[in-house]
Design a protein around this ligand. Structure first.
Ligand SMILES: NC(=O)c1ccc[n+]([C@@H]2O[C@H](COP(=O)([O-])OP(=O)(O)OC[C@H]3O[C@@H](n4cnc5c(N)ncnc54)[C@H](O)[C@@H]3O)[C@@H](O)[C@H]2O)c1
Length: 316
């Protein structure tokens, strides 16, 4: 079996590529990344039982059909992923996240392989307290160019599923919690842990402290991808993949158990809104998938990773 992972050196990819050989021992694992984010460390000390091949390539320019040739599935993780920063680079986000995803999908069709697409729960903008995949179109209200590009890509894949019989699955991932060698710190929980460890106030959007948002433990994200590959779940559907729903206040209280002196400061951002909602994950659970992640552990692991840094500056 051959598995291709685009964006393999990123936060999710760098964990995923380390566990795939255990479940698929004979697999040829092709790692494709353009090194835009310089995460060379993600391929340091890869497990010796893995059969890896690295392609330094850009999804917008590479001969993808040739790279995908013979693959069973392409796990398409490559994207520009900073939602808050995406307002300043709308064109680039559209190119990589939408045009690039269409190129990956068409190459999958050409090579006869299936495709896994991670969308985001940020496509929701529901006025209701609880939302799921069956929500009406007017509850899909992406609040950033990043989320807009993901929703547009979802719709494009659905169309290619009909017109060209693209075999794919879309998972709307919650914001990732948990550590990996290629992790980054621009999403909510990781950024808060970083700020707290560095003795800085946690920067919370004006409206956000008590709003519920969906989170996904990285171990659940990786298990979900393994589950999809194992069960060949390329049914052209959308699944919410979410470990828990929590407020920023819940996160801050958890950080406080490790760093009691942590403080918060409120900031403005173009993304914030008045919405507060839980995202349901029943459709994915009904397939037999068990979520086992733990937000508290994910937060503590992230702080622990930085434990060489003095935590509690105000206590000194
Ligand atoms: N991390 C999250 O909280 C989260 C939540 C929901 C969905 N997702 C989605 O999951 C996927 C992976 O997320 P992540 O957190 O690992 O992202 P990441 O930013 O850590 O990694 C993305 C990787 O893609 C590579 N890349 C970017 N543009 C490329 C291009 N044109 N060609 C080849 N490689 C390119 C980067 O070098 C990087 O290694 C993304 O599609 C993201 O939108 C992530």
């Amino acid at each position: 079996m051959k598995i291709v992972i685009t964006g393999a050196l990123g936060h999710i990819g760098s964990r995923l590529i380390r566990v795939l050989p255990n479940m698929f021992p004979a697999a040829e694992i092709t790692l494709l990344d353009n090194l835009m984010t310089q995460r060379y460390c993600s391929i340091f000390n890869l497990p010796t039982n893995g059969n890896y091949r690295f392609e330094e390539a850009d999804i917008l320019t590479a001969d993808l059909a040739t790279i995908f040739s013979g693959a069973e599935v392409v796990i398409h993780l490559a994207a520009l992923t900073d939602a808050a920063g995406s307002f300043e680079k709308r064109g680039e986000v559209e190119q990589i996240n939408f045009v690039g995803t269409e190129g990956v999908a068409r190459a999958c069709i050409h090579a006869g392989c299936a495709m896994f697409f991670p969308s985001t729960t940020s496509v929701y903008g529901s006025q209701k307290n609880v939302v799921d995949e069956t929500c009406s179109q007017d509850e899909l209200k992406p609040q950033s160019p990043y989320a807009e590009s993901k929703l547009k890509a979802e719709r494009m894949l659905a169309k290619l599923g009909e017109t060209d019989d693209l075999r794919f699955v879309t998972c709307r991932f919650g914001t990732i919690i948990g550590t990996s060698i290629g992790m980054r710190f621009h999403t909510a929980i990781n950024k808060f842990c970083w700020q707290a460890v560095m003795g800085k106030p946690i920067t919370v959007w004006q409206t956000a402290l008590h709003q519920y948002r969906p989170y996904l433990d990285l171990s659940d994200a990786v298990s979900a991808i393994k589950f999809i590959i194992k069960n060949r779940l390329y049914d052209k559907k959308i699944y919410n993949v979410v470990t828990t729903n929590a407020t920023v206040n819940d996160i801050v209280e958890t950080i406080k158990t490790v760093i009691p002196s942590v403080s918060i400061t409120h900031i403005d951002t173009k993304i914030m809104n008045q919405l507060s909602y839980h995202v349901r994950n029943d459709r994915f659970k009904d397939l037999g998938f068990e979520f086992q992640g733990d937000m508290v552990k994910g937060i503590k692991d992230t702080i622990q990773l930085l434990n060489g840094v003095q935590h509690d500056k105000q206590a000194n």
